[in-house]
Design a binder for this molecule. Structure first.
Ligand SMILES: C[S@@+](CC[C@H](N)C(=O)[O-])C[C@H]1O[C@@H](n2cnc3c(N)ncnc32)[C@H](O)[C@@H]1O
Length: 832
């Protein structure tokens, strides 16, 4: 219409006049301007039209195979196929248009282009999102060509060839980057409708009940419930946002895999590539529980896995040599990849069955002599090496009973069997057991007597045992362990596990590994890790007990001093100076910050706000109320690598740091039940009521749910308590309980400026985004009565303290200002 008007204006005046006479003045006037429809209305209209337009796109451009898939799908899943097609079309078009612009080409499909092109289904489809009249012809042609193979099943060789080409290209990108890192800005598009729908129950999966399924039997956009796909990896993996690789099943069929949230959080660029190649090597056997087959953005059919709980991997080659595992673990440790280092160490440790058997035999000899504490230590150490060993499990239970803790023994029994039922959690008892067993560790120094034939020593031990000479048997087993070539290496590995676990925030694991290593060999480093883990768990008295009598060693003396200072500080009077020192560089006098909460506060329901923290007695200005280290944090570097995540369904943009943090927590929680439990108790924005429990449960402290001297991994928890959290749930928790990037940083990023300006708050929180579970229980107020103070070490934030900023009366609610800007708080949390 506007064009027609322009043409009319160019007519000779007399002709125009004649026309006006015949049609009336109004006909030649531009139509009165109607109110522009709102963005929401336009969006809604586009959503309504999309399925019809895209089914035309499918019929007009796609291969008959794809059309056939569509026809065979149930009605509700047809929409998903069309949605997948839409994502391919829109993203390809955007990408190609961008490339053409860079090349300076702009042959446009203007309103004057041929009727045929203007009215083609593809152009109509693209106009759903491109309001402008101008679309580039070349881009349309390129998208049309790409649709020819969309959704088709590819022959094996083509699959492999295409993957290898992209893989080589991908590797050469790293070579081109001068600092070896991959600093490319990109937008991660995720679409919730095309992610595997969440299981209705949060129950952990029973892998052995899953039935095998072939690739050919998978249905597009359907979850193969109750099934497991087993196959071998055909090619080296390629890491971008997720991991892309190919799997071949036993019938020779091949399918592409998109694996997300599988690598330890915080790894990126070439480091992530190296880790993925280690973890998903060619030839390894992969098991995928309840696979979800979809069509990826590149038009290929494939399986997308979002949860680390959905895959299990067995390495291909022979059992790796122990020292090789230690070396590759050490390399990862040096790179700061603690979780990955731990995976290497554990891989080695799980091959040491012989050492586990010796420990278990010695446990049995101790049981016979009623040396319960020694028996517990030995069977716990055996369980770390061989978590499913029935004898180790039975002896561990007997040792707990012998020690006089029938309820803990019952808890252990339900963790090791498949029975479900209530299992007691008693923190005082856990502490008591740890105390009794650690006393023994200090005395279990190995004799220097040399031993040569460990096998015959073991046999002698067995003979002595059969004859009822239990203490002799135990002595032979000890000697056999001393002579065993693997035992020393196991002790080394366990010490490395202890150190890496402390770094990775797995403090119960650190405690268990250090205690287990001391069952094999006395080493001051193991004592150090043990005492350090206990101190970080807030068990300062126990830590001091372990350090007693070892003060001759400088590192241990130093640690003892630090523990004493920390203790003094926590138990002493909380100084008002803290709050006054808010801007100071350093405020915590000890070497480490322990997770701690004052007994003056408790979790309670607060009208209209969910839960909150209230004071149980009068709190003074300057009192310290909570000390906490972050559980998972990502640095601001995350922003230079991954721009944003856009959910194409909701149009929501999530900042990069939150995406990274969610991914990191998803990976961590799959190996750490304590973290999973803490996350499951935090508000995830779903509106569901979360339980009112003790603040202690939100702290990284000695937890009674972890059996003494065992790990915080799911294997050692009663089935009924095990928690498996989905990516989506953790995403909700991150959104509600972390502050994410500043608005300014986000808009800079969206404007294409990669420089991230850290705000004061970013710095305070130890990076862009970090999760502090106990502090997350505090509600917002624009006039808060508490403040956050950082604990800095070498200028880097290591943790936060919540201090009273004003006196708080008994029963008063603790509040913090989430952000200084009330509008920003309203935008993110909906609180005004
Ligand atoms: C970090 S959590 C605070 C703890 C939360 N109330 C709970 O039960 O776990 C943030 C959420 O608490 C609620 N909240 C915090 N401050 C609030 C306020 N002043 N008014 C209403 N709701 C608030 C909002 O639902 C917000 O998304």
């Amino acid at each position: 219409m506007p064009e027609l008007l322009d043409q009319l204006k160019e007519l000779p005046p007399e002709l125009l006049e004649a026309l006006q006479m015949r049609m009336g003045e109004a006909a030649l006037q531009p139509p009165p301007e109607r109110a522009a429809p709102s963005v929401k209305d336009v969006r809604k209209a586009a959503e309504e039209q999309a399925p019809a337009i895209y089914s035309e796109v499918l019929a007009s451009y796609c291969h008959p195979d794809a059309i056939c898939h569509y026809d065979n799908l149930p009605e509700e899943e047809r929409g998903k196929l069309l949605k997948a097609l839409r994502i391919t079309v829109e993203e390809n078009f955007q990408h190609i248009t961008h490339q053409l612009m860079i090349q300076g080409l702009s042959n446009k499909v203007s309103a004057r282009a041929s009727e045929q092109v203007r009215d083609s289904p593809l152009v109509r489809a693209l106009r759903l999102v491109n309001k402008s009249e101008v679309l580039q012809l070349e881009a349309i042609e390129a998208v049309t060509a790409s649709l020819g193979n969309w959704g088709r099943k590819m022959p094996r060789d083509i699959h492999v060839m295409q993957h290898m080409m992209s893989y080589k290209d991908h590797l050469s990108n790293f070579e081109r980057g001068n600092d070896g890192s991959f600093k490319m800005l990109r937008t991660l598009q995720t679409n919730s409708t095309l992610i595997k729908p969440e299981a209705a129950t949060g129950e952990p999966r029973n892998w052995h009940q899953l039935q095998p399924v072939a690739i050919n039997a998978l249905r597009l956009f359907g979850v193969a419930s109750g099934k497991v796909l087993v196959g071998k990896l055909l090619v080296p993996p390629m890491v971008t946002v997720g991991i892309t690789t190919l799997l071949q099943d036993e019938w020779g069929e091949v399918v592409q895999l998109g694996l997300y949230n599988q690598l330890p959080g915080g790894v990126s660029g070439h480091q992530a590539q190296e880790l993925a190649e280690k973890r998903f090597p060619t030839g390894a056997t992969l098991r995928i529980a309840e696979p979800f087959l979809k069509i990826f953005r590149d038009g290929k059919q494939g399986i997308r896995v979002d949860s680390p709980h959905d895959i299990r991997i067995a390495a291909s080659g022979s059992v790796q040599d122990l020292s090789q595992c230690r070396e590759s673990g050490n390399e990862l440790y040096k790179m700061g990849q603690f979780e990955a280092a731990l995976a290497e160490y554990w891989q080695g440790l799980h091959t040491c069955e012989e050492v586990a058997v010796l420990l278990s035999n010695r446990a049995q000899a101790h049981l016979k002599q009623k040396c319960w504490a020694e028996a517990l230590g030995d069977s716990a150490a055996g369980l770390l090496l061989c978590p499913h060993g029935a004898k180790h499990q039975a002896r561990y239970v007997l040792a707990l009973e012998g020690l006089g803790f029938p309820d803990l023994a019952q808890r252990a029994r339900s963790a090791f069997s498949n029975v479900t039922g209530p299992a007691e959690q008693l923190v005082q008892k856990t502490r008591a057991v740890v105390q009794i067993t650690l006393k023994v560790h200090r005395t279990s120094v190995r004799s220097e007597e040399s031993t040569t034939n460990h096998a015959s020593l073991k046999e002698k031990g067995n003979m002595a045992f059969r004859q009822g000479h239990y203490s002799e048997a135990a002595a032979f087993y000890t000697k056999s362990l001393e002579g065993h070539p693997a035992a020393e290496e196991v002790a080394n590995l366990l010490r490395n596990v202890a150190l890496s676990s402390i770094r990775a925030g797995l403090l119960h694991d650190a405690l268990a590994a250090a205690a287990a290593s001391l069952r094999l060999q006395f080493h001051s480093k193991a004592v150090y890790h043990l005492a350090h883990a206990l101190a970080l768990l807030g068990e300062l008295d126990l830590s001091e007990e372990v350090l007693e009598n070892t003060e001759t060693l400088t590192t241990l003396t130093q640690l003892a001093k630090e523990v004493a200072t920390t203790k003094e500080y926590i138990r002493g009077k909380y100084s008002k100076d803290l709050v006054a020192a808010a801007g100071a560089k350093h405020f915590w006098p000890g070497k480490f910050i322990v997770d701690w909460a004052s007994d003056a506060i408790a979790v309670e329901r607060v009208e209209g706000k969910g839960r909150g923290l209230r004071s149980l007695r009068h709190i003074d200005f300057g009192d310290t109320l909570i000390l906490q280290r972050p559980r998972g944090s990502v640095s601001t570097d995350a922003t230079s690598e991954l721009l944003t995540s856009t959910n194409t369904d909701s149009g929501l943009i999530t900042d990069a740091a939150s995406v990274k943090l969610t991914s990191k927590l998803t990976s961590m929680a799959s190996k750490d039940q304590l973290l999973a439990q803490v996350l499951s108790n935090l508000d995830d924005g779903s509106g569901l009521e979360r339980p009112v429990t003790s603040v202690h449960n939100f702290l990284d402290a000695l937890q009674s749910s972890v059996l003494p001297l065992l790990l915080q991994q799911a294997d050692f928890f009663p089935r009924a308590e095990r928690v498996e959290l989905s990516y989506a749930r953790i995403q909700g928790v991150v959104k509600v309980n972390t502050h994410g990037n500043s608005k300014e940083a986000l808009s800079n990023l969206q404007a294409g400026q990669s420089t991230h300006r850290e705000s004061h708050f970013d710095k305070l929180m130890g990076g862009s985004t970090a999760l502090y579970p106990a502090i997350s229980l505090i509600n917002h107020s624009n006039e808060p009565n508490c403040v956050l103070l950082p604990f800095l070490k070498d200028g880097e934030p290591q943790g936060l303290a919540v201090c009273a900023f004003r006196p708080i009366l008994r029963g008063g609610e603790l509040t913090l200002a989430y952000l200084d800007d009330p509008d920003a708080v309203k935008a993110k949390w909906g609180i005004s």
